[in-house]
Design a protein around this ligand. Structure first.
Ligand code: SF4
Length: 65
């Protein structure tokens, strides 16, 4: 599973960054919105990534295959 942040929806609340401790999701320095670091998805971070995806208050995290 790969993830993508829809920047048209993201409000930069930081929840996904906090849940994944800045691994799978981190802030994009260019716009202070979230971005996905799919290279960081592994056995340890996979469940946190799912939790972050499900916790986004505006549904900005999209799943890609
Ligand atoms: S939880 Fe959603 S709205 Fe908040 S920073 Fe992450 S992608 Fe953006």
């Amino acid at each position: 599973m790969r993830y993508k942040v829809n920047k048209d929806k993201c409000i930069g609340c930081g929840m996904c960054v906090g849940i994944t401790n800045g691994t799978v999701f981190d802030f994009d320095e260019d716009d202070n919105l979230a971005k996905a670091n799919n290279d960081e998805i592994n056995d340890e971070t996979k469940d946190l990534a799912i939790e972050a995806c499900n916790s986004c208050p505006v549904g900005a995290i999209e799943k890609e295959n």
